[in-house]
Design a protein around this ligand. Structure first.
Ligand code: FES
Length: 573
């Protein structure tokens, strides 16, 4: 027996309520036959002119609609909170969980049988996936695609990555302010999201590796007509998914998350993926812990030569074969759950087994990888008992085992005030420590973990130092940067106890992060510790600060764990 469509609870009614549900929709010029019991497909759109990476998504939505109509569905586009990474203050991450609630409630409250999620900029992907996973209606993700390669004076320049580089060059006197300004338009020269392997590209790859997007979803440039074809095909496919009742809970299994972790290693993906995948898994009730990232991802080599760790960009990645060739190589190496189901109704292996590498300088072969270690390292020790992470492929190999003197910044304002002072007592062997930038301390957990080095050391030619914080790092950044230390300083985690002059050891091989201070001293400091940052007293930020979980749990709000499906709500007419 075919399952009754959810939308018939609205449009299938013959009474006065059914009249109301249909009548107002008809003011949009919709003919009566669209209400004849066909699947209603929500197109959940994060289009916004304040989210430039997603500004082309109205056009993508039109292509999805074509596909839906072709297959006899009824498409309805609706907006949800859009999180633009570059403009939102204090950080778009503060609103990821809020946007996910908007998505969840918008889906549940409306007459929808399935959804296509249109995403792009960093936080738009996890927020929509989290919200939709909580509802568990058939769901297919269409990413907006990366921008075309940036070009400046004959060279590829990458979103974000070159901002850091150019900024360091200006500080070192190697680039003028005028040249710095000129490079802006050269970097962002087409529609789409950041085209380095930053968080947006990483999350688009995660969508594909999790099985939630069609093959090719991650890398087709936003400006390439094939992106529109993918959207069209997604519209066709989602109607079939309704008939098959293929839901996120059928796709987002433990195997899917393990595939995603390994794919993240193989692409040299963003550290932000850790937090987002933990949060998504929490919504579908899949067991997934921070340690999985080390246990499962540890030995995965990085195969993809993309900035920020490498030389190329997403456009090149697409021409080289994109994520399917990466997944295929993982499969051949025994590192892919081949049977994992995907949105097109086929297994991952069915989707990728025929893929070929076309550019071997962009996608390397598994036995001759671009970098031997692509996975993330999970560190523990008395400085991060609940874990911290490090991305070795973005770090300097000679700093991975390092002991140094701590130079502590109490918060980001303290860092900004003192970092470029001539009398700052710091040298290249020191370890920079930044406190109070975790989920609660800096609500939203700012991307400031890759603190720029002191100008005086940059001028000496220093390019990297060990940095430790409870913050996140932009996916386009690099360096020997220990992130997400948990518990964070603002809740009294051990990071709060570090003082300038303490000795810290980073032992990447042994997975330890140690504050070499005797326990009696630490006890005294703990007793004297007081929270330095006030809690917000109103609105969403208050709710966030009261309920956000630590980074090792995905920084979701504690009451959003586990989905509740999409039962039809009561009506009040
Ligand atoms: Fe939107 Fe990078 S700023 S993806």
């Amino acid at each position: 027996m075919t399952k009754k469509l959810r939308s018939t609870e609205w449009f299938g009614r013959q009474d006065k309520d059914g009249f109301a549900y249909r009548s107002w929709m008809k003011n949009q010029g919709l003919p009566h036959h669209l209400f004849d019991g066909r699947p209603v497909i929500g197109i959940c759109n994060t289009w916004s002119e304040l989210t430039p990476c997603n500004a082309h998504l109205r056009g993508i939505a039109e292509k999805v609609k074509r596909g839906v109509y072709e297959m006899g569905g009824f498409p309805v586009e609706f907006p949800v909170t859009s999180l633009g990474e570059t403009l939102m203050r204090p950080t778009a991450m503060l609103f990821r969980n809020l946007a996910s609630m908007d998505v969840e409630e918008s889906i549940r409250a409306n007459p929808l049988d399935a959804v296509v999620l249109l995403v792009g900029c960093d936080k738009t992907t996890p927020s929509l996936l989290m919200g939709a996973a909580s509802c568990d209606l058939p769901t297919l993700v269409v990413s907006g695609g990366p921008m075309l390669n940036g070009r400046f004076r004959g060279e590829r320049i990458g979103s974000g990555t070159h901002v850091w580089q150019f900024d360091a060059m200006v500080k070192a006197g190697e680039l003028s302010k005028e040249e710095f300004m000129e490079s802006e338009a050269c970097m962002s020269r087409s529609v789409g999201h950041c085209m380095t392997m930053g968080t947006a590209s990483t999350m688009a790859c995660m969508v594909e590796a999790l099985g939630m997007g069609l093959p090719g979803n991650a890398a087709i440039p936003a400006a390439d007509s094939r992106r529109q074809v993918l959207a069209h095909m997604a519209g066709r496919r989602i109607v079939e998914m309704v008939a098959e009742d293929l839901k996120p809970s059928d796709i987002l299994t433990k195997s899917a998350f393990e595939n995603a972790i390994r794919a993240n290693g193989a692409i040299g993906g963003s550290t932000n993926a850790v937090i987002h995948l933990l949060a998504i898994a929490g919504r579908v009730g899949v067991e997934h812990s921070l340690d999985d990232w080390d246990d499962i991802g540890r030995d995965v080599p990085c195969l993809v030569n993309l900035m920020p760790s490498g030389d190329y960009l997403m456009e090149d990645f697409y021409y080289a074969g994109g994520l399917p060739v990466v997944l295929k190589q993982l499969g051949n190496a025994g590192l892919l759950h081949k049977e994992a189901m995907t949105v097109n109704g086929k297994s991952q292996w069915d989707n990728v087994s025929a893929a070929q590498i076309y550019e071997k300088d962009v996608v390397y072969e598994f036995d001759k990888p671009f970098k031997a270690q692509g996975g993330l390292v999970v560190l523990r020790g008395n400085l991060a008992p609940d874990g911290a992470i490090l991305k070795p492929s973005a770090a300097s190999p000679d700093l991975l085992q390092h002991t140094g003197r701590a130079v502590v910044f109490e918060d980001i304002e303290d860092y900004k005030a003192r970092i470029d002072q001539d009398d700052l007592d710091i040298d290249a062997s020191c370890i920079m420590v930044l406190k109070n930038c975790g989920p609660r301390g800096y609500p939203g957990m700012a991307e400031v973990g890759n603190m720029a080095l002191p100008a005086k050391l940059l001028k000496q030619g220093v390019t990297d130092m060990v940095r430790i914080s409870d913050a996140r790092m932009s996916g386009t950044a690099y360096g020997t940067v220990v992130l997400h230390a948990a518990p964070e300083a603002a809740v009294g985690g051990p990071l709060a106890l570090v003082q300038s002059g303490d000795e810290i050891t980073l032992d990447t091989k042994g997975r330890q992060l140690s504050l070499n201070v005797d326990e009696a001293t630490l006890k005294a400091r703990r007793e004297a510790w007081k929270p330095v940052h006030p809690q917000s007293d109103r609105g969403y930020v208050k709710l966030y600060q009261q309920t956000v979980m630590q980074a090792d749990k995905g920084a979701d709000l504690d009451f959003l764990q586990g989905g509740s499906g999409a039962p039809v709500p009561r009506d009040s007419h």
